[in-house]
Design a protein around this ligand. Structure first.
Ligand code: ADP
Ligand code: MG
Length: 572
């Protein structure tokens, strides 16, 4: 155990003077806790050299000093949003105060910054009685490998206190903006909470701005966006505790098609709904677009690894007699990967599946009358989704929201049909029924009489191993990739993984599943429950041995997605 004594600020100053000009390792002397006027600074870990990953620091501001209004702590939604707000403020101010102060990362001050979503993050913790804890990194200044003590004094004794004052004290913030942020998240959570009782899979408010600036810029389209407006026949009014009633499109449970011509805004609508499992910051345009928390986007993903998934509801009788009740592949096809993605989502507890024709395998989605005539059923391993979509809802209660502009065969199956035209939504359900009567597809049903019940698999081990005797290492090069042990996971198709900090947290959770033998022998849904409960009770710190400032809350579905892509996963 390290000395838990809190040193005086003056002792940090003296130490920095003493080590000035010495070798970089001398910085190890300043590890410890220091009491400042308004906060405590904890220097937890010092980098090995100016080029290594930067040093890790925390500050603690007592509740009385921070002074955030009691109302910020009235609900879990509000606390999460307060933490998010402070992380944004801290990260932005740190960026301003950072400047080059020597070699490598010298002078860096940074915090893990949120994107458009408001997620629970470990960068800032807050509680009514415990006050505020902020976790950040700093590049301790050096020239070459010699300590620049004077620069370090400026950073740690002047800039850090300034940063705390400007970001972590209530006095620095505009009351109205902060209130807007926390009540907005609370309202969004409340909307999401009303969906199931109202028989809805999702809600898209009037006035919402759905399009984004670009594929790589998640901010709202700056000019020319057509605001969303719900057609009367599908409009519902939900309640927000802080802002009152709001009208919008209620996407019903059951089978909903989004149809319309190319480039008329179909995928944009679905993407906004996908992201509606998370809250968005005020001004995002999607603040009041919410989806069932168990809504999962699935797509085709040829090339992915699949381990022992029962894809038999969709695929049977593959050439070579491969067993599709325990289907495994190092390199799945478009259709088998989409089938596996669906079955895995169901195993993890999905209640709404979302799919887009743009990212689906055609042969998985449809098989029309003519193809049925040309290729007999017993020569086609695939039972297309069109013949399973109804059973999924009737047998398992799982809804589907589907973008499909290219195949009218689906009209037979739909409960609701929404047409996008010039970025405006229309209810064409009645018209679609007329079309169904006027133009019979004459296709044969190929789905049998029930969906089937793929059983939950038991986890025997993740198969994650280090090189030789060494423990496995984790790397998260970007939001859609995890390097873990010998495995490189491609999460490019996991579309609701929206933040690199979520990816890091998912990687830590995979390590937990590797190390914690107590979890082995449980079914996949059981261990997802166990981890979910632990994180709910103890926060994301439950996942790591030492506190980290760069993790964000993930859903069980995204963890399951990563687990399922492990190439050496062992399940029974
Ligand atoms: P579809 O899936 O119907 O082919 P998309 O959803 O991909 O169409 O949208 C086509 C383009 O229109 C995209 O560049 C998108 O950003 C833009 N767009 C979508 N919705 C709107 C809107 N409400 N206002 C303005 N532009 C939009
Ligand atoms: Mg599209």
């Amino acid at each position: 155990m390290r000395d838990q004594r809190t040193f005086k600020r003056g002792e940090l100053e003296a130490a920095l003077k003493r080590i000035d000009g010495k070798g970089y390792k001398a910085y190890k002397d300043i590890v410890g806790r220091y009491g400042f006027d308004q906060f405590t600074l904890s220097i937890d870990h010092v980098q090995g050299d100016p080029f290594g990953s930067p040093s890790r620091l925390r500050v603690f501001v007592p509740a009385g000093t921070a002074g955030f209004p009691d109302a910020c702590f009235d609900s879990e939604s509000r606390v999460t949003a307060l933490r998010d707000y402070l992380a944004r403020a801290f990260a932005a101010r740190a960026k301003q105060l950072a400047k080059p102060r020597g070699t490598g990362s010298s002078g860096l001050l940074a915090m893990d910054a949120p994107g458009q979503e408001i997620l629970e993050r470990t960068a800032v913790l807050a509680s009514r009685d415990g006050g505020i804890e902020a976790r950040f990194v700093a590049g301790l200044p050096a020239r070459g490998r010699s300590v620049l003590g004077r620069e370090a004094q400026q950073m740690l004794l002047q800039d850090v206190p300034q940063l705390v004052k400007d970001a972590l004290l209530a006095a620095a913030h505009d009351d109205a903006r902060l209130r807007d942020h926390v009540t907005s998240a609370e309202d969004a959570d409340a909307l999401r909470g009303q969906l199931r009782a109202r028989g809805l899979a999702a809600f898209v408010a009037d006035g919402a701005v759905l399009p984004r600036r670009s594929g790589i810029d998640d901010r709202p389209l700056a000019r020319g966006a057509v605001a969303f407006e719900a057609p009367d026949s599908l409009a519902v009014t939900l309640d927000r505790p802080n802002r009152g009633a709001i009208r919008g499109l209620g996407v019903p449970q059951g089978i909903t098609l989004i149809v319309g011509g190319g480039y008329h805004g179909k995928s944009t609508l679905l993407q906004a709904i996908e992201r509606g499992v998370y809250n968005h910051l005020p001004g995002d345009g999607r603040e009041w677009v919410v989806a069932d928390p168990a809504a999962v986007k699935v797509r085709a993903e040829d090339g992915r690894a699949v381990t022992h998934v029962d894809i038999s509801p969709f695929i049977q009788g593959l050439p070579g007699g491969r067993d599709t009740r325990r289907f495994a592949s190092e390199n799945a096809s478009g259709s088998t990967s989409q089938a596996a993605n669906i079955v895995e989502a169901l195993e993890a507890g999905a209640r709404v599946l979302m799919m887009d024709e743009d990212t689906s395998a055609t042969n998985f989605m449809i098989r029309d009358r003519r193809m049925q005539a040309l290729i007999a059923k017993d020569r086609e391993p695939i039972t297309p989704y069109i013949d399973k979509v109804r059973q999924l809802y009737d047998d398992l209660g799982v809804s589907t929201t589907l973008v499909i502009g290219g195949s009218g065969d689906y009209l037979d199956k739909a409960d609701t049909v929404i047409a996008m035209q010039d970025f405006r939504a229309h209810d064409v359900t009645d018209r679609a029924r007329e079309v169904v009567d006027a133009h019979r597809t004459e296709r044969a049903e190929e789905g049998g009489d029930s969906f089937g019940r793929p059983g939950a698999r038991t986890l025997e081990g993740t198969g994650i191993a280090g090189k030789g005797d060494k423990p496995p290492k984790i790397k998260v090069p970007h939001r859609k990739a995890i390097g873990i042990g010998q495995d490189d996971l491609d999460l490019g198709a996991v579309e609701q993984l929206v933040d690199e900090s979520q990816t890091r947290a998912v990687a830590e959770a995979l390590m937990r599943l590797t190390d914690d033998q107590g979890l082995h022998g449980q079914t996949v849904p059981q261990l997802l429950d166990a981890l979910e409960q632990e994180v709910a009770a103890r926060g994301l710190d439950a996942l790591t041995r030492t506190p980290r400032g760069d993790l964000a809350r993930f859903r069980r579905f995204e963890l399951a997605a990563a687990l399922n892509r492990l190439r050496a996963l062992k399940t029974g």
